[in-house]
Unconditional design. Structure first.
Length: 533
């Protein structure tokens, strides 16, 4: 492919991601690019050039002209895999099979995402209900009901003991429930209690519904729309697609016309393609990469933080949150470190957490998990389902005597993990599922997945609000109640950061009774100091 063609495609992709003009000497990360921006850029290049460019190519060549030259020299481009559809019978994704392990025997789960939107205006509840049902009926991923042949708690990961999971597709009325209730005259606590009760009701994975909508009337033309979705149904990217389509169908009905929606892509067919990918040469290569890492490094140990009773995995408990509010200057310091180390804010913050945890526990290995939106081709733009894999990151920090060295190793580990990521699962998921032909060691079974590690959520440049339901003629606004209580599996730790030039929120979340609060407070304060130093 000619240099000019590559340069044009790269410039278009960079400018679309960074929202600024790009020159030959410009550095992707110094222009504000981050890990997610890098993935969006490579996704567009995959579409425009028909190459899968490894993430490390951009990290190793962050200057525009260097990156273009690396691609022109055919620096590790991998041809896009054939996306031909495979089997026709719907089946669950690997990630869904794994998640079933944590649910009780009758198939109920309280692991859901709840969005609450305030709607002011002449809303017609029946039109909203019909729009919800129409969109639910369009997407097979919203109507999948699961049956398992064994209790998830009996799952060990051995191929001959793995629970057999079957899927059936429900009718829209079975997959989605819709309730209207009047709370006119109710005070704030009553409203919040009703929302909490709605969000806390377990989802039935066997009989449905998978999605629950609640419309609360607060006053004339003043409503709260509450949507709770089992997290096995879809991810946050799908959530945005779902609400967008609901709005399109609702607005068309309001105008008395038919909605103009393109055909919905099949989640079942997408799952089949992922299984086919794992059976192909690139999928086998990546599985071997994770098998080799496992053989060399083992699987993450539980976080060696002083735990009360030493409990890890299996049981869930309400999350406890330690929050620190920091001035806007803290973000400036973090971004300066990002520029100094030629990496992303995520990696700097992850390195700070790793260094702080090492000082507290003496651990020299990093184990964390980051969720990514697995939408690397245009056919997934309107796909609704559970696509986001959780990517495990390993980094050996032995003999890392300085913070810049910790950042370097964490960055390299993050890039390697993303470049070799597996669809809908992680290397550890594969091992726990017995995909390498042998049961995992006993100590691996005890981990119950990756819950003994830290997970991260990082948002920069202000709040990234949950997708809103934006209806024509109706004023929509988020109903923000801050960080709400939720459950975490014992042994888990989550570092959350929402950063902006005006106000920075850094929080450490962990299950109540799993860790000593004094220890966790010391840990988050050390993370903040590490970034500042």
């Amino acid at each position: 492919m000619e240099y000019a063609t590559i340069e044009h495609a790269v410039r278009a992709a960079w400018q679309d991601t960074l929202q600024t003009e790009v020159g030959p000497a410009d550095n992707f990360f110094q222009l504000g690019g981050d890990s997610l921006g890098a993935l969006r850029t490579l996704t567009r290049l995959k579409r425009d050039l028909a190459w899968r460019v490894p993430l490390k190519t951009l990290f190793q060549n962050p200057r525009f002209e260097d990156f273009v030259q690396a691609l022109a020299d055919e620096h590790a481009p991998v041809p896009v895999d054939d996306d031909s559809a495979g089997r026709v019978v719907p089946q669950p994704s690997i990630l869904q099979i794994e998640r079933l392990r944590y649910y009780d025997e009758r198939g109920a789960t309280q692991e859901g995402m709840t969005t609450t939107v305030r709607l002011r205006g002449p809303l017609r509840p029946e039109l909203l209900r019909q729009a919800l049902l129409t969109v639910t009926g369009r997407h097979d991923g919203l109507r999948m009901l699961f049956r398992t042949s064994a209790s998830p708690r009996q799952f060990t990961g051995s191929p001959d003991e793995r629970a057999v999971v079957t899927v059936s597709l429900a009718e829209p009325e079975q997959a989605l429930s819709f309730e209207v209730a009047s709370l006119i005259g109710a005070d704030q606590s009553e409203v919040d209690a009703r929302i909490d009760a709605h969000a806390g009701t377990p989802h039935d994975l066997v009989g449905g519904p998978r999605l629950r909508a609640l419309l609360l009337e607060l006053d004339a033309e003043d409503w709260l729309f509450v949507l709770t979705v089992d997290h096995m149904v879809y991810d946050l990217e799908s959530h945005a697609v779902f609400l967008q389509e609901v709005a399109e169908v609702h607005d068309a009905a309001t105008a008395g016309i038919a909605p103009r929606l393109p055909p919905a892509p099949s989640y079942a067919e997408w799952v089949d393609r992922q299984w086919a990918f794992l059976d192909g040469p690139e999928g086998r290569r990546r599985l071997k990469v994770w098998a080799d890492r496992y053989a060399r490094d083992g699987v993450f140990p539980p976080a060696a933080l002083p735990a009360l009773g030493g409990e890890h995995g299996g049981r869930a408990a309400p999350a406890h949150v330690v929050i620190r509010e920091l001035p806007g200057e803290w973000l400036t310091t973090l971004l300066r470190k990002t520029s100094e180390h030629h990496t992303t804010a995520f990696n700097v913050l992850l390195a700070a957490y790793t260094a702080a945890r090492a000082r507290l526990t003496g651990e020299s290995r990093l184990g964390t998990v980051v969720a990514l939106a697995d939408r690397d081709d245009p056919s997934t733009e309107r796909l609704v389902g559970l696509l986001a894999p959780a990517i495990p990151i390993w980094a050996d920090l032995d003999d890392a005597t300085s913070f810049p060295e910790v950042v370097r190793r964490v960055t390299a580990a993050t890039v390697a993990a993303i470049d070799d990521s597996l669809p809908m699962l992680t290397g550890a998921h594969a091992l726990l599922s017995g995909m390498f032909g042998q049961p995992p060691p006993e100590r691996v079974r005890e981990l119950s997945g990756l819950w003994g590690t830290a997970t991260f959520e990082l948002r920069i440049d202000g709040p990234d609000p949950a997708p809103l339901l934006t209806l024509s003629g109706i004023e929509s606004s988020p109903y923000d109640r801050g960080i709400q209580p939720f459950e975490m599996v014992m042994g888990g730790v989550m570092l959350y950061a929402n950063l902006s030039p005006e106000r920075n929120l850094v929080a450490l979340m962990y299950p109540e009774g799993g860790y000593d609060e004094k220890i966790m407070t010391e840990l988050i304060d050390d993370v903040i100091r590490t970034v500042e130093e």
